[in-house]
Design a protein around this ligand. Sequence first.
Ligand code: SF4
Length: 115
Amino acid sequence: MSLQVIENATCTFCGCVCDDIDLHYDDVRIHKADHACVLGTAWFLNHTAEKKYPMALVDGREATLDEAIETAATLLHEADMPLVYGMSNTTCEAQKECAALADQLGGLLDSHTSL
Ligand code: SF4
C-alpha cells in the first residue's frame, strides 16, 4: 500500500496548535501522524473519508444542507438568548466567525473551558 504525505499539517485538538505534523494517508484514512503527541495521533487516526452520516439532519431526519441552514437561521433568529458555544477543535478563522455570529445575534459566546 502506497501512502501519500501532507507535511506540516496543523493539529487543532488541544489548543497548542502544533503545525509540524506529517500525515501519511490513503483514500480512506490517515495511517500515521509523525510529530503528533498521543492525543493528536488518536485524533488524526480516527478521521476517515468515509461518509458515515448524511450531509445534514433536521429534527433527526436527513435534510439538504440548504434546508439545515435555513432551519438553523430561523432558530437562531427566534432565540431570546442564543449561545454560540464550543470551538475547542476549530481554527482561529472559524472562531472569528463564531464571535461575529454571536455579535450579530446579540447572543453569548462561550468555550468548553467554562466547564
Ligand atoms: S499534537 Fe498534541 S500537543 Fe500538538 S496540538 Fe495536537 S493534541 Fe495538542
